[in-house]
Design a protein around this ligand. Structure first.
Ligand code: SF4
Length: 247
């Protein structure tokens, strides 16, 4: 099912200060039945990013995003999906059987029901990873959830969406991810890391924008800094066709 992009917006999914064009991007979430979430896909794969890379994982990809990063590799999640009751999602995820479950999108925190879903998954003994763009308040996220938060670089086109307040809400076990689009992005990111004292507080990952930055160059740049930055390549894009969905 495709959720129509021109569906009239009748409900506010979450309190956010949005520009008009961003508000229109939330239309796929309007008219959600109570207790349901707009889900793009649920599938098993190998975790391709994060400190958990390489492990089998169930991915729950939620529909819609208020941002438009230039390198986004999941634009199909902007509008496509179907409304599913939380209990149905829970049953589907548990049936797939893996210990690791990643909640991703789109931007999963646009749908408030996701906080209860993550809590319920943790109650069932699952290790829950949350991948978020970082602009929505992380306060309601269950403390058992491992948060992977983006810091948007100038090259992403969405640097204005960053929330410094969210940096202070992260736990020492969480991680920050910078997608590096070019050398200027790298220099901006290193300055951001240093000015906020981030490597002293948690894991910081630098990932080359796929097809834009040579990973070997990024490795050399990281070594120059003498900072404990973690180079991350997208494992799933090496294992499968980079354009393939559901992996
Ligand atoms: S925040 Fe994520 S899903 Fe949204 S546009 Fe950026 S890369 Fe795509």
């Amino acid at each position: 099912m495709i959720i129509p992009a021109d569906r009239p917006r009748t409900a506010s999914p979450i309190e956010l200060t949005l520009r008009p064009e961003q508000r229109s991007r939330l239309r796929p979430l309007a008219d959600r039945p109570e207790g349901s979430l707009a889900i793009h896909e649920i599938y098993r794969s190998i975790q391709g990013e994060s400190l958990y890379a390489g492990l089998p994982c169930v991915f729950v990809r939620l529909t819609a995003c208020h941002l438009r990063c230039v390198y986004c590799d999941t634009p199909h999640a902007f509008n496509q999906g179907e409304f599913r009751a939380r209990e149905e999602i829970m049953a589907g995820v548990l049936a797939l059987g893996d210990h690791l479950v990643e909640i991703t999108g789109g931007e999963p925190l646009l749908q408030p029901e996701v906080f209860g879903l993550m809590e319920q998954l943790a109650d069932h003994g699952r290790k829950v990873l949350l991948e978020t763009a970082g602009s929505i308040d992380l306060t309601p996220v269950d403390a058992r959830v491992h948060i992977i938060m983006d810091v948007k670089t100038p090259g992403s086109g969405e640097v204005a969406s960053n929330s410094d307040a969210n940096l202070d809400r992260l736990k020492p076990t969480d991680e920050l991810k910078y997608v590096i689009c070019d050398r200027a992005d790298f220099d901006w990111s290193v300055a951001h890391v240093r000015s906020h004292g981030l490597v002293e507080r948690l894991s910081v990952v630098f990932s080359p924008a796929f097809g834009q930055v040579n990973p070997t160059d990024l490795a050399a740049w990281i070594l120059e800094t003498r900072l404990p930055l973690r180079l991350q390549l997208q494992l799933h894009k090496q294992l499968w066709d980079p354009n393939r969905r559901g992996v």
